[in-house]
Ligand binder design. Structure first.
Ligand SMILES: [Zn+2]
Length: 307
């Protein structure tokens, strides 16, 4: 066996990825399997352990520890899954107990947005910035905040739910029971719902399809894109005014069409954030892409072990 590496696990609603990651962030190998949440938490942990053993054999390296990125809500310090919308029936499952029992090494669990924030701050778009916010815009909006090089946590390890900041109290009703949350106004499904509301006869379009139509000159799609850029910018402007970080990096599916939104986003921030040096906050794109999950899981392990 080679020198020790980190086992990394990225749990999503659709698939689980497991990989071998070095201390400098190089991914040496990876495997994936369907999450199949209906088969239950323990079955998924057994599949995860099998993948971890297989990639470790392939890489010829043993694990110093295992980092896991998982959607919230969860208790990151105990490693216990909460009531996650995409993982029904998993509530109460203890990831740390399952994997440390299996491998006999320290296991660290982190909210997936926090894990990605740690990876982008160390190995990605925000390398070297000590005040950094990672924002992912896709089906929902999530974020991780790093202040003075440390992951920010609220009381009892609470994860900041920036996607549920209210931007328009007369806006659409959110499952969190507030109206006009950022997520309800600027997520991918929010684009879909807005276009549908303007033209109930139109077929249901994904955010990606709306972006394509906008590029082709479709007027309704163009307005949807303009509105999306405005609301992404408005939510980010609040973050800039409150925290004025060195950098904000944007990831997630909607940001695959970032070229359509970035100018508008930066304009909104410029116009609104007059009381802080907003021009010093770099607004950029996340750079780890599909690797963010595994890199984030490994980085979460390194970050926690160093404290
Ligand atoms: Zn909400």
């Amino acid at each position: 066996m080679n020198s020790a590496v980190i086992g990394a696990v990225d749990i999503g609603g659709t698939k689980i990825a497991a990989g071998v990651v070095t201390e400098s962030g190089t991914i040496l190998g990876r495997l994936e399997c369907p999450t199949a949440p209906a088969e239950g938490f323990r079955a998924a942990m057994r599949r995860t352990a099998e993948m971890l053993r297989a990639v470790s054999r392939q890489a010829g390296a043993g694990y110093a520890g295992i980092g896991v990125a998982c959607p919230g809500p969860l208790d990151p310090l105990a490693g216990i899954v909460g009531d996650v919308g995409t993982l029904p029936g998993w509530q109460g499952g203890n990831i740390v107990a399952e994997l440390s029992g299996e491998f006999g090494v320290p296991v660290v669990v982190e909210n997936d947005a926090d894990a990605a924030a740690l990876a982008e701050a160390s190995w990605g778009a925000a390398k070297g910035s000590s005040r950094f916010i990672y924002v992912t815009i896709s089906t929902g909006i999530g974020a991780g905040i790093i202040l003075s090089g440390e992951l920010y946590r609220g009381v009892d390890g609470a994860h900041p739910e920036i996607g549920h900041q209210v931007l328009d109290s007369s806006g659409p009703l959110c499952y969190c029971r507030a109206r006009g949350c950022w997520e309800c106004l600027a997520s991918g499904p929010a684009m879909t719902a807005w276009v549908r509301a303007q033209n109930p006869d139109a077929p249901e379009l994904t955010a990606a399809q709306i972006c394509e139509l906008s590029r082709g000159g479709d007027e309704l799609a163009r307005r949807a894109v303009e509105r999306e850029g405005y609301y992404i910018g408005l939510g980010l402007a609040n973050l800039v005014t409150i925290l004025t970080p060195d950098a904000i990096a944007l990831g997630g599916g909607v940001m695959k069409s970032a070229d359509l939104f970035l100018d508008r986003i930066r304009e909104v921030i410029r116009n609104i954030c007059t009381q802080v040096p907003a021009e010093k906050t770099l607004v950029t794109l996340a750079s780890l892409g599909a690797d963010a999950g595994l890199a984030g899981a490994a980085r979460a392990w390194i970050h926690r072990r160093r404290r």
